[in-house]
Write a protein that binds this ligand. Structure first.
Ligand SMILES: Cc1cc2nc3c(=O)[nH]c(=O)nc-3n(C[C@H](O)[C@H](O)[C@H](O)COP(=O)(O)O)c2cc1C
Length: 171
């Protein structure tokens, strides 16, 4: 994935696709945080690598170097936060699923536009300080994923896919 800039009009289409998702009760139980430009480096150096070192004080140089460039692998990283509405008659589970749909629509739209796009969580999706920095409430919100977007350097190799017979059955 190359981190050359993604045109603003494409990013706009991708982000709006993320909002066109099934949402029981129209609660909008998600937030989208777009991380690009200097913010990628800022978060890498001021949050991710610091949190990594807190958890791994004896980390070697290779790991520290990797953790200090996590977000900078992409041109844009879209963090999708699941922010369930409390005391709603809509089950929380459905709000969480809707947040997954936000991630998937962003991913599908970006791939349709021929960008390299990947949905990752990695350890820092579960880090409270990063969640707080992104505006989440650590008591109830979760990071559903980081969608990494960039320009393709090469076509991705296809992974092994499940045998439909193991997954699909007709009832
Ligand atoms: C919620 C979620 C989190 C994921 N987190 C990671 C991750 O942290 N690291 C990773 O290598 N793949 C992760 N994946 C898998 C990748 O998104 C993806 O499936 C894989 O890179 C291959 O992409 P493809 O299935 O489109 O070929 C995650 C998938 C989901 C749904």
């Amino acid at each position: 994935m190359s981190n050359a800039e993604i045109p603003a009009e494409h990013l706009d289409v991708i982000l709006k696709a993320g909002l066109r998702v099934p949402d029981h009760g129209a609660l909008n139980p998600w937030r989208i945080k777009v991380i690009k430009g200097d913010s990628l480096k800022y978060i890498d150096e001021n949050i991710i690598v610091k949190e990594f070192l807190n958890q791994n004080p004896k980390a070697d140089e290779v790991s520290i170097d990797r953790e200090s460039k996590r977000l900078q692998r992409a041109s844009v990283v879209i963090a999708v936060l699941s922010c369930p509405i409390e005391n709603s008659k809509i089950p929380e589970w459905e709000m969480r699923l809707s947040s997954g749909a936000v991630c998937m629509n962003i991913l599908s739209c970006a791939q349709f536009l021929n960008y390299a796009a990947q949905w990752l969580t990695e350890w820092y999706a579960y880090n409270d300080n990063l969640l707080k920095y992104l505006g989440g409430d650590i008591k109830k919100d979760k990071i559903s994923g980081f969608i990494y977007l960039g320009h393709k350097k090469e076509e991705p190799t296809e992974r092994k896919r499940p045998d439909p017979n193991n997954i699909i059955s007709f009832v």
